[in-house]
Write a protein that binds this ligand. Structure first.
Ligand code: IPM
Ligand code: MG
Length: 377
């Protein structure tokens, strides 16, 4: 899950909008101090481009991502379909343009199938739910309920087939085509295998003791059943690692009750999305949640939080999630030493507690944190 170290890197720099801009500015301060030999190339992405061009993730940015080693991504505002349409420039209105989340598109377009989300309680963080939490989440990142196979109005052609092939569909069959909507949860064998294998390989490489499969196979039998069965097969190849599985609902309860029971988690896309926020909250909230969207060729690193429009431009949010995302990028690039140095410096700033943003009870600004981390490097 990492590349061979190079003497020079090309990194796409995608701040997006809202606080994405500020937190990426913070990440740049620490990367510069580490003297990573890299060109950082700005890419247009975000709400502004939706409004002006009808596309928040323009083709030129896709081309850029095709030419880089890795990318750092800030955050992007997204709004429901009607609200999004209302903000288009007049000449683009009424053309049937539909807003789709750029990050979800990016994950699918570049097959960034691993969403890696470490959850570590850094000592001294006053926001830790409990000390010593150390959980690593592997979220499937390209399929499941995020497949995009959805129908706001269900065509008769489709409902006829469903009626023919599925008994439980009988109770919906007489509904008008706009009397219901349909979102397909699609989980492939190959897609499930590769994320589960990634989790197990990680566990083996880093001496982790246990992998927990998160699912809802008791009810969502076809797709989650497939995921769980594949996991059971793969687990046989890793006899030294304890196999564990839990339903998503129970998981939210047990994670809170005893986070020390968990080590590596692996989940289909939507359950992974849900558990990620819970995990982040246990170690300080979204100001500490960092993500890597990782494929075979490209990886995009980002804070798990959104664009927080209400704080935009104030330079008050916590950039630690983004600094830790930069640390993950260094790991992926094979720059282990720099990654370790950056994590140590960040942990030291958290522990000392002299420089803190508002969420941690302090009065410092976003860039103060970055400068303090940089000074420690
Ligand atoms: C995440 C986010 C995204 C997701 C949103 C912004 C589309 O919640 O990265 O967890 O649902 O995957
Ligand atoms: Mg999420």
């Amino acid at each position: 899950m990492e590349r061979a170290k190079k003497s020079h890197y090309k990194i796409a720099w995608l701040p997006g909008d809202g606080i994405g801009i500020e937190v990426l500015e913070a990440a740049k301060i620490v990367l510069d101090k580490l003297e990573l030999n890299a060109d950082y190339i700005h890419g247009d992405i975000g709400w502004e481009f939706w409004c002006k061009e009808g596309d928040a993730f323009p083709q030129r940015t896709i081309d850029l991502l095709n030419s880089v080693d890795a990318a750092m991504f800030g955050a992007i505002t997204s709004k429901p379909v009607k609200a999004a349409e209302a903000e288009l420039v007049p000449e683009l209105k009424g053309k049937g343009l539909v807003y789709r989340s750029p990050i979800v598109r990016m994950r699918q377009l570049f097959d960034l199938y691993i969403c890696l989300r470490p959850t570590k309680a850094y000592p001294g963080n006053p926001l830790n739910f409990k000390e010593n939490i150390d959980i690593v989440m592997f979220r499937e990142n390209t399929e499941d309920l995020y497949s995009g196979v959805e129908f706001n109005t269900v065509p008769k052609e489709l409902s006829d087939v469903l009626e023919k092939l599925s008994k439980p569909f009988a109770k919906f069959k007489d509904l008008k085509e706009n009397g219901y909507a349909l979102s397909c949860k699609i989980n492939t064998v190959a897609g499930s295998e590769r994320i589960i294998r990634a989790a197990y390989n990680f566990a083996r490489e880093f001496g982790r003791k246990k992998v927990t499969i998160v699912h809802k196979a008791n009810v969502v039998r076809a797709t989650d059943g497939l995921f769980l069965e594949i996991a059971k097969e793969i687990a046989k190849e890793f006899p030294e690692i304890q196999f564990d599985e839990a339903n998503i609902d129970a998981m939210t309860m047990w994670l809170l009750k005893n986070p020390y029971n968990y080590d590596v988690l692996v989940a289909p896309n939507l359950y992974g999305d849900i558990i990620s926020d819970l995990c982040a909250q246990m170690v300080g909230g979204l100001g500490f949640g960092c993500s890597g969207n990782i494929g075979e060729r490209l990886a995009v690193f980002e804070p798990t939080h959104g664009s927080a429009p209400k704080y935009a431009g104030q330079y008050k949010v916590n950039p630690i999630a983004t600094i830790l995302a930069a640390k993950m990028m260094l790991d992926w690039l094979g720059e282990k030493e720099k990654a370790e140095k950056l994590e140590k410096a960040t942990a030291a700033i958290i522990k000392e507690g002299k420089v803190r943003t508002y969420d941690m009870g302090g009065t410092n600004k976003t860039l103060d944190i970055a400068k303090a981390v940089a000074e420690k490097l």
